[in-house]
Design a protein around this ligand. Structure first.
Ligand SMILES: NC(=O)c1ccc[n+]([C@@H]2O[C@H](COP(=O)([O-])OP(=O)(O)OC[C@H]3O[C@@H](n4cnc5c(N)ncnc54)[C@H](O)[C@@H]3O)[C@@H](O)[C@H]2O)c1
Length: 346
């Protein structure tokens, strides 16, 4: 059977460090084309990974492939995805889905009209801890989730490279770039409960200081346009709440990345995976000593995308769920801007 031909738009860090190597493990697919506004970079990447075609435009690439991987800055996700889907090409797109909900809607419409796969690379869902947590929660082990705490916290790791601090190109900072992963995962784990009210705050104080001590490169306050820290309190229609905190730069003792869910029958923490319950009249904490890992998450995600394109699966991360995450992010930003809570649309 002929291999699924995949084109890569944007041959920067995530394309070369994660996706292109991952797709090399998928025998039903081959990366056959690359395109980058920096053509020299695209040529180097093509040579390094043995990709046959270096294209000069997205139009040219869409003529040559069956599927497109979008790994550009966020601003180009929606226009490229819509163009590809309208041309009948499947799309896997890096997170966040797009700059805002309106752009996500255009992507969802295009995918539904074309009947093609649209998978947003919220790769945390493919991590072994996340998949095990999903099985535990779906079994009813912790009962009904009541309080969902999300922490996606870095002490001093503002990305000092690329365009991550440019509002026009990225749409925001720590929340849309990093917090989005844990928010997506928490909503998936708890069955995508519908939020109705969001109260959010954003900060940029540390990154606006001159000569901030930062582990991930030098930050220029003059070009720092986004938030480096965000918090949100999200009320859900099923009576549960989400407490979210995410940061690239916080004065905390160490980085912290976890989801902790307290339910009616027990609780669960996802990173590292732990379950707590009361049983037989005592309080028990279960540390999970081993979680089977079939394959690394990036390979599982690449295989899943190809299997969706071949009609064998439907996206684990549905486009509507990814749009839903973007709508919560929009609401946090809106609430932070106006200084009070906002009602959320779905
Ligand atoms: N899932 C994750 O954990 C994760 C991690 C890092 C980045 N990302 C996402 O991946 C995307 C890219 O991030 P990165 O770290 O690879 O950035 P990067 O800056 O390293 O690479 C982006 C590449 O896109 C190219 N580019 C810019 N505009 C383009 C256009 N219009 N058409 C074609 N190419 C274009 C740039 O020249 C560059 O080579 C972003 O959306 C980011 O949020 C996800």
């Amino acid at each position: 059977m002929a291999k699924l031909k995949i084109g890569v738009l944007g041959t920067g860090g995530i394309a070369t460090e994660r996706h292109i190597p991952a797709f090399k493990h998928v025998k039903e697919a081959e990366i056959t084309a690359v395109m980058d506004v920096n053509e020299e970079r695209a040529r180097e990447v093509a040579e390094k990974f043995g990709v046959k075609n270096v294209c000069k435009s997205l139009d040219e690439m869409l003529e040559k492939v069956d599927a497109l991987l979008i790994t550009t800055p966020n601003k180009f996700h929606a226009p490229a995805a819509v163009q590809a889907l309208n041309a009948g090409i499947h799309v896997m797109c890096e997170k966040p889905m797009a700059l805002n909900t309106k752009e996500c809607e255009e992507m969802v419409d295009a995918a539904e009209k074309a009947g093609k796969t649209l998978l947003i690379a919220y790769h945390y869902r493919f991590m072994k801890e996340a998949r095990a947590a999903k099985r535990i929660i779906d079994s009813g082990e912790i009962g009904q989730p009541l309080v969902i705490r999300i922490k996606a916290m870095r002490r001093r790791k503002v990305p000092g490279w690329g365009v991550f601090t440019n509002r026009d190109l990225q749409g925001g900072g720590a929340l849309i770039d990093y917090g989005c992963h844990l928010l997506d995962l928490a909503m998936w784990l708890t069955g995508n409960p519908k939020p109705y009210e969001v109260s959010g705050t954003t900060f940029n104080h540390l990154s606006m200081q001159k000569d901030i001590v930062n582990e991930w490169g030098t930050i220029n306050p003059a070009t720092f346009e986004v938030e480096d820290h965000a918090t949100a309190f999200i009320r859900l229609e099923n009576g549960a709440v989400v407490m979210l905190e995410t940061s690239w730069a916080a004065n905390i003792p160490h980085d912290e990345e976890t989801i902790s869910i307290s339910g009616t029958e027990g609780g669960i923490e996802v990173f590292p995976l732990r379950v707590n319950k009361s049983q037989h009249g005592v309080l028990i904490n279960s540390d999970i000593s081993w979680i089977p890992e079939e394959k690394p998450f990036a390979i599982l995600q690449a295989e899943h995308f190809v299997s969706c394109c071949l009609g064998e699966s439907s996206p684990l991360t549905s486009p509507r769920e990814s749009m839903f995450v973007s709508s919560i992010i929009d609401s946090v930003y809106e609430s932070a801007k106006i200084g009070r809570s906002v009602q959320i649309k779905r």
